[in-house]
Design a protein around this ligand. Structure first.
Ligand code: NAD
Length: 349
């Protein structure tokens, strides 16, 4: 298993491996860049098939966080961690505490937050051993009804991004009478549906989980559709809010919406799919730009949290996307390529 010559290495500042014999913790922390600030990123726990798979995942994700933080206008770098194991079977308080000590050993170069396989209670447990944690609401915020869940901010940011795409393409962001198809109505997708419904859009939804669909149908009058049909509906906007790699050689030619803008991470199956979207005349809001609401919210989390400040920052997602759309049209290059170049200009300067 190579590290320095790994295809995803990309000049990572630090890659740390840790084994804790008492708890059985096997974990990797990757810090891609701290030029703009500490490397913030979630801790993913997953039963990787091999150590090599875990390394590839953590390097890819950590690098992605540098791009995301840069274009979100945050004074932060990119980092990520992975715990090798099945969260349902292998997670113990001792293992999570050991992860907290591992995070602490990097002295603040890496700040941990929740990701798939870890939860807010896990991060709280880590916080007993390190102060380098993000995404935890303080006691006053919790008393005021905040949970520390970044999904509402992610949904709001995604909604702002959809408005920006509409303005760019149609000259108006009026949603009344427009049709939007949402793939996945979980934490983010459901809240996005609420924003769109309140603005007058008509919704089509799908989800793996039937009760999630039923809730969107009941609350927003959405129309339920089969999972393999959602991307191909005759709508104005397709919003992927479930899983990755949904934009690929098979699906892109079937998409009838002119705008693809949703919260899911890693929507492009391959880099070539960015060009494919452009060739099909689809306006694609790069995933890590439009779904940055969560990381923005986490940045402001803690004492003195001010929702108005967070909302003002979320509004910048719209202006960043407008710049990306304009440059993409002028240079005839995919929006994702433009976004990457803009991010690199920020964190590599
Ligand atoms: P979630 O698990 O709450 O919701 C995802 C939903 O998608 C679930 O209801 C699930 O049943 C459904 N789903 C899974 N596979 C599906 C399929 N093949 N077809 C249709 N539906 C399917 O997750 P979430 O927090 O809402 O996040 C949604 C996406 O946004 C993920 O890709 C996540 O990585 C990304 N994202 C989330 C945040 C956040 O703040 N939660 C921030 C940035 C990015």
């Amino acid at each position: 298993m190579s590290v320095f010559s790994h295809p995803e290495f990309d000049g990572h500042e630090r890659v740390a491996f840790h084994f804790d014999a008492t708890s059985g913790l096997r974990a990797i922390i990757a810090v891609h860049s701290t030029r703009l600030g500490c490397g913030l990123g979630g801790c993913r726990m997953f039963p990787y098939a091999s150590d090599a798979d875990a390394l590839t995942d953590v390097l890819r994700l950590s690098r992605g966080m540098s791009y995301k933080a840069a274009l979100a206008g945050l004074p932060q770098g990119g980092g990520k961690s992975v715990i090798l194991g099945d969260p349902r079977r292998d997670k113990t308080p001792e293992l999570i505490r050991a992860m907290g000590r591992f995070v602490d050993s990097l002295g603040g170069r890496y700040v941990v937050a929740e990701d798939s396989g870890t939860s807010v209670p896990d991060i709280r447990l880590m916080a007993e051993h390190t102060r380098h944690v993000g995404g935890l609401a303080d006691a006053a915020s919790i008393a005021a009804g905040r949970s520390g869940d970044p999904s509402p901010a992610t949904a709001r940011g995604t909604y702002i991004g959809i408005l920006s795409a509409l303005r760019f393409q149609r000259g108006s962001d009026a949603l009344r009478g427009l049709k939007v198809a949402i793939q996945g109505v979980g934490n983010v997708g459901y809240r996005l549906a609420r924003h769109l419904h309140e603005a007058g859009a008509t919704l089509w939804v799908t989800d793996l989980h039937a009760p999630a669909v039923e809730r969107a149908v009941a609350d927003f009058g959405a129309t339920a559709v089969a999972m393999d049909e959602i991307h191909a509906l005759d709508v104005d906007v397709f919003a992927p809010c479930a899983l990755g790699a949904v934009l690929n050689a098979r699906t892109i030619p079937q998409i009838r919406a002119r705008i693809v803008a949703g919260a899911a991470n890693n929507q492009l199956a391959t880099p070539a799919d960015g060009q494919r979207l452009l060739d099909h005349g689809l306006l694609y809001a790069p995933d890590y730009v439009i779904n940055a609401g969560g990381i923005i919210d986490i940045f402001y989390e803690g004492p003195g949290y001010d929702e108005a400040v967070v909302h003002a920052h979320l509004a910048r997602i719209g202006s960043t996307l407008t710049t990306i759309f304009e440059r993409s049209a002028a240079e005839r290059r995919p929006t994702g390529v433009i976004a990457d170049a803009m991010a690199e200009a920020i964190f590599r300067r």
